[in-house]
Design a protein around this ligand. Structure first.
Ligand code: NAI
Ligand code: MG
Length: 350
């Protein structure tokens, strides 16, 4: 089957890990008889430098014609982060109704967790991806004056919270049935109690699922102290972002963490990207860990309806890690291309 995939490598290490992952995807496609047609877009901070914007005015229309979007990272010291984020990634997430940001947090053999315990960690974080704290409602007043004021509203809608809750509860139902909702309803007295109510009402529709509402400060500690007791976490846009970076650190490195920005209905393309950013501190040196990008590619194959190809790619990078290949961030000595070569070898070996 043929799938057209829009590729935005973006900035920094995106330009290194995306080609690495594409090589693996092409190898997998050849073996499984998939026709992945990649179209490359040179959007990002360099494009911004030339054109004063992160992508063309009709960028979203161009992307809408594809079955999926494969993104590296955007962000550069030369461009304000608000421009890079709101000029590309956030419009894609919102216009394409990618209201779920799914972030697996899992220990991998060969990637050492900084935790003392070696109990396996297997958590799915479901981050609400379209509303919440990341709103455009608010403003700044009295600039430079002593009473200068900034206001930023959090927006939760019944539709937005309940569809995230449905997605998370049905995932939990297919796993251990334990759904943990990140909240802060003791301190944030309007939006968070509403979040709790909608999560509770929705999850009740899933018989095998139990919900625990955990204050996010305690949940952050829980994630560090006993992460192996967590199954599925559902969280708002901001809280989910923070918890998933923490989760990836707990399993070893932000360089291995994948994510899927999903439009579950399939009305629009979904977007697959690693959790990490453009890492300007290591960009261009061949040090970047491509695992987060490759794993995101496996999630893309799964989403496109090819679980066997996805599992093949997944087991290949896991076995490369298990065989002792790894980049510097996880304690190894491989360069990006050496690690990628090890994954290709593992793909062929299966
Ligand atoms: P970052 O994730 O780029 O880097 C944080 C630290 O982790 C750095 O020390 C970096 O070297 C390391 N790291 C990250 N990915 C790695 C990998 N694959 N292999 C080895 N080491 C890795 O986060 P930071 O520094 O906060 O942000 C840098 C830029 O990226 C900023 O402009 C930010 O806005 C942007 N960003 C973009 C995202 C996206 O496109 N979705 C997500 C997060 C940040
Ligand atoms: Mg983040």
């Amino acid at each position: 089957s043929t799938h057209s995939i829009a590729v935005i490598a973006g900035d920094g290490i995106g330009k290194e890990v995306v080609p690495a992952a594409i090589t693996c995807l092409e190898r997998i496609a050849g073996i499984h008889g998939l026709n992945l047609a990649f179209t490359y877009f040179d959007w990002g901070s360099d494009y911004y430098g030339r054109n004063g914007r992160m992508m063309p005015a009709d960028g979203l229309d161009q992307l809408a014609r594809h079955d999926a979007i494969f993104l590296g990272a955007v962000g550069s010291p030369e461009v304000p982060d608000t421009e890079s984020l709101w000029g590309l990634l956030i419009p894609i997430r919102r216009e394409f109704q990618q209201y779920i940001n799914l972030r697996p947090v899992r220990t991998l053999d060969g990637v050492t967790s900084p935790l003392a315990s070696d109990k396996p960690i297997d958590i799915l974080i479901v981050r609400e991806n379209n509303e919440g704290e990341y709103s455009e409602v608010g403003g700044r007043m009295y600039r430079g004056l002593p009473h200068e004021t900034a206001v930023q509203e959090t927006i939760f809608t019944r539709l937005g919270v309940s569809r995230a809750a449905h997605f998370a509860a049905s995932l939990a139902a297919s796993r251990q049935g334990r759904l943990t909702s990140a909240t802060k309803s003791n301190g944030i007295i309007h939006t968070m109690p509403f979040w709790d109510e909608v999560i509770e009402e929705t999850a009740r529709q899933y018989p095998g699922v139990t919900v625990t509402h955990e204050l996010v400060d305690a949940l952050a500690a829980h994630l560090v102290l006993k992460p192996w007791t967590l199954d599925v976490i559902v969280a708002s846009n901001l809280l989910g972002d923070i918890l998933s970076d923490l989760g990836s650190a707990v399993t070893g490195s932000i360089g291995v963490a994948p994510s899927a920005n999903l439009n579950p209905e399939g009305d629009f393309p979904s977007l697959f990207e690693p959790v990490h950013g453009s890492a300007p501190d290591i960009a261009g040196k061949g040090l970047a860990n491509p695992v987060g990008q490759i794993w995101s590619g496996a999630m893309m194959l799964e989403h496109l309806g090819h679980p066997d190809a996805a599992a093949h790619l997944q087991s290949a990078f896991e076995s490369a890690l298990r065989d002792g290949h790894s980049t510097r961030d996880v304690g190894g000595t491989s360069s990006t291309s050496e690690f990628t070569a090890a994954v290709l070898t593992a793909i062929d070996a299966h």
